[in-house]
Design a protein around this ligand. Structure first.
Ligand code: MF3
Ligand code: CO
Ligand code: CO
Length: 272
């Protein structure tokens, strides 16, 4: 069901939004990013991931917004919290964070019908050198992807920018999950791959809205989904990191909807 009938659609089925629609995306993106700012001080050794999620759900409700993930395909939480070798879709629960754990917190909110989807990395306690490097490379790979966003470039250019940067650092890009179009729906065309060849894939046009959300592993790229049918982990149990922004295409490049109001997107908010 396509709840979205604004603007026009490209041959690849990608919706082109109008200038006024950027405002709605900024409002939704800013709330999601502000929640990720505020949650930083709730991440510490001894904390449970369910308590972090409960706090996020409270803030979504307080803002008069809606969580996009609660009720999505039967999911019951306001965030995904992916710890250490969990690649994505970690389910908040009784798990207690311990010093040295790294985690991705992914929040998607709906404000006035617009979706804001963003995630970033946090650390409980001090970071190991290799975790710190993984997080830095993953963050920078997202930014390389975002730099490749401009009309006339292709989605393959975005994937290539991410993949070539990550692999030059001898880390690997997850293939099994990708970014996605969004707007007045959560997941829409295209699949935004975080690997690829320059010049391939759909051509970017002004007015496209989508996420870029590379997952990077210290070891091999393969993942598997746990028996809960939800949680994705690295097959080789190596550490994994992810950062996600929602962006819109402007004539001169990407406009980021999910910038951190407090400037905390990176560096990660480690607490000692
Ligand atoms: N926010 C995730 C994304 O980046 C999707 C989470 S769906 C959930 O696309 F149901 F697992 F929450
Ligand atoms: Co997303
Ligand atoms: Co997300």
């Amino acid at each position: 069901m396509d709840k979205d009938n604004r603007g026009r659609m490209t041959r690849d089925g990608i919706r082109i939004y109008e200038d006024a629609d950027f405002k709605g995306m900024h409002k939704a993106g800013a709330l999601a990013a502000d929640i990720l700012d505020r949650i930083a001080e709730h991440v510490f050794p001894g904390q449970t991931t369910s308590e972090i999620d409960r706090q996020i759900e409270d803030w979504v409700n307080e803002a008069g917004a809606t969580s996009a993930t609660i009720g999505y395909k039967g999911y019951r939480h306001a965030s995904c919290i992916s710890v250490n070798h969990v690649v994505c879709h970690g389910i908040p629960g009784a798990k207690v964070l311990k010093a040295g754990d790294i985690l991705n917190i992914d929040v998607t909110v709906i404000v006035d019908g617009w979706f804001g989807d963003t995630s970033r990395m946090y650390a409980a306690g001090a970071l190991s050198r290799k975790a710190e490097r993984l997080i830095q490379i993953t963050h920078d790979s997202l930014m390389k992807g975002i730099e490749a966003v401009k009309p006339g470039n292709t989605f393959g250019d975005i994937g290539h920018a991410i993949q070539s940067y990550v692999e030059a650092q001898r880390m690997s890009v997850v293939r099994d999950f990708c970014g996605h179009g969004l707007g007045r729906v959560f997941h829409a065309p295209p699949n935004v791959l975080h690997y690829g060849r320059p010049g391939t894939g759909p051509v970017l046009e002004e007015g496209m809205f989508f996420t870029i959300e590379p997952m990077v592993n210290l070891g091999r790229p393969e993942t598997k989904v746990l028996a809960d049918d939800w949680t994705a982990v690295t097959r080789d149990k190596s550490l994994s990191a992810q950062f996600e922004h929602s962006v819109g295409v402007r004539a001169d490049g990407a406009e980021i909807f999910t910038l951190s109001p407090a400037g905390l997107f990176y560096p990660t908010s480690a607490q000692d």
